[in-house]
Write a new protein. Structure first.
Length: 111
């Protein structure tokens, strides 16, 4: 809490308008979610970075770059739905081929 107050005091001395606004927004966010910012130090199941979500987004972004995007919004939605199922199966160490086969046969995989 002391660090956030010190940051607010230093923010008053910031001269650039945009930097001041961004600093203020960051300080407000840190104050509002202060329990979550360093949660990974207390709960070791919480990852300390967001690389997993960035890696997931990279797959869709690369697909968009290589193919030049999707022709229809429905194609984009289908691609994301398929990618979601595959990534969920991978993360839960479930058999990929067996569960995709079950989905095509009409038997949903247990998530």
């Amino acid at each position: 809490m002391e660090l956030i107050q010190k940051g607010c005091e230093e923010n008053k001395n910031t001269h650039h308008k945009y930097a001041k606004n961004e600093e203020k927004a960051l300080l407000k966010r840190m104050e509002k979610y202060r329990e979550n910012h360093l949660l990974f130090l207390h709960d070791f199941t919480v990852p300390f970075d967001n690389n997993m979500s960035e890696r997931d987004l990279r797959k869709a972004k690369n697909r968009e770059k290589m193919a030049g995007g999707f022709r229809k919004e429905s194609g984009n939605e289908m691609y994301c739905a398929i990618l979601t199922v595959i990534e969920t199966l991978k993360r839960r160490n479930m058999g990929l081929l067996e569960n995709v086969k079950k989905l095509f046969m009409g038997t949903p995989a247990i998530f």
